[in-house]
Design a protein around this ligand. Sequence first.
Ligand code: GLN
Length: 490
Amino acid sequence: MSSRSALPSTPVAPATVLAAAVRSGERTALDVLEEHLARISDHEVDVHAFNLVLEDRARESAAAVDARVAAGGDPGPLAGVPVALKDNLCTRGVATTCSSRILEGWEPPYDATVVQRLAAAGAVVVGKTNLDEFAMGSSTEHSATGPTRNPHDLDRVPGGSSGGSAAAVAAGFAPVALGSDTGGSIRQPAALCGVVGVKPTYGLVSRLGLVAFASSLDQVGPFAATVADAALVCEVVGGHDPGDSTSLPQDFPRVLAHLDDGVEGMRIGLVTEMLGEGIAVDVAARVRAAAEALTAAGAEVEEVSIPAVTYGLSAYYLVAPAEASSNLARYDGVRYGRRVDAPTAGEMMVATRTAGFGDEVKRRIVLGTYALSAGYYDAFYGKALRVRTLIREEFDAAYERLDALISPASPTTAFAFGDKTADPVQMYLNDVCTIPSNLAGHPALSVPFGVGDDGLPVGVQVMAPALGEVAAFRVAAVLESVAPSAGAPS
Ligand code: GLN
C-alpha cells in the first residue's frame, strides 16, 4: 500500500453518538461541524471529495440546531450531524453540477425530498460531492472537476460513481453521506473506501430532486462508517413521497430496531456466479470468510446458483443508456446551465451538447439512442427487458428458500488511476455483482469485511428480496461485529 493516505488521525464519532450528544446539549452542533471542517481543510486538497464545500451555510444550519436545543426543542434524530450530498441531488439556490460542464451555473429552485428530510431531522449539509459525470462510471475519473482520490491510498480510485461521498465518509469529512445507485454507484465505492453503503428497494427512497440517469434503476441511499448510522439515515430519508410517482406507499422498514437480532436460524446463499471468473482471488476469499463467520453466528449458509445474473451487465448496458438518452435530452442549452451560442437553434444545441458533455456521457447517449431506434428496439432493448424479468424471477425463486444472499460488492479492491479508462468494458465490469439487484429492484448493501492482499478494503455485498431491508441489515450488523479490523492484513 502507498504511504500516502488521508484517513482521519483520530477516531470519528458515529452519527448516532454525535446526534445524542447534540440533542442532550453535551456538545454543540457548531463544535461538531468545526471538527469536521478542520479535517476537510487538512485533507480535501489531496482527496477532492467535494465539488463545493458549504462552510458558511453549514455554520448557519449548525447555529440554528444549537438555538433549537437551547430553547428546549429537539432538532431531530440527526441533530447537528454533518452530511455530504452527491452533487446530483438538487439543493435550492446551491449549484448542482452532476460533475458536468453542461450544468455549469445552474442552481435548482428546490431541494430534493431527501435533502428536505435530512434538514428536518437536524442534519447539517457540509457540501456537494464529486461523481462521475451524471453518475456514469465506476471510478470518478469521468468527472469534469477531476477525479476523487481514495483516502486509504491516494494513488487509487475511490470507485464511483458516488466516489466523492464514499471518500468523504472514509476521510472523516462527514460521518454520513448520500449517494445514488443505478448499477452499483453506492455499493462499489463503499467497498473500495471501506465504508458501509446501502441501495434500498426501488421506490423506498424518493427520487424527487435526484437528477435522473436511468429512472427505472436509480435509487438514493446512504454511506456511513457504521451499519447503525446507515440504518438511521435510511429511516430518515426513506418512506413515501407523493412527489415521486414510483414511490412506494409505505415507510422505510424499521431496520434500526432489528440491528441486534443476529442471524441465528437465517438461511443465506452464497451466489456461485459471483465468486468465479472475473473476481479477484483475495476478494472471493474474504467473502467465503464472511460466509463462515455467518455460519458461526448461527446462520445456515449454502452456495446457490442464479445463472441469469451473468447476463446482467449486458442487459444493464442497454436499459440504462436507453433511459439516459431520453433523460439527458433535456440539456439543450435552453433550459439548464450552459449554452454555446450558434446561428440557429439546432446548431446551438449541437454546440452546447458537444462542449458540455464528456466522452462517457456521449457514449451512453449514442448507445441508448441506437438501442431504441426503430428496427433495433426489439432485438436490443426488448430483449434486455426480458432478461431483466428473468433475473428478477430467478432471484425471487432463490428467496423462496433463502432470506439473503451474499457476494463481493466489487470484483477487486481499489485500482490505480488510468487502469481502466482505456477500455470501457473493463470499467463496466466493476459492477458485475451489483447490477443484478438494480435490475430486480431489490435492496443490497456493502459492508466492509477485512482487506485484500494489497491491504485495501474489501466489501461484502448483502442482497435481499424486495422490502427485505431488515434481513439485509441483520446480516450486515453481524458481519460488522466480526469483521477483521481494516488496516490489519487478514
Ligand atoms: N458504474 C455503472 C455505470 O457506469 C453504475 C453507475 C451508477 O450506479 N450510477 O453505469
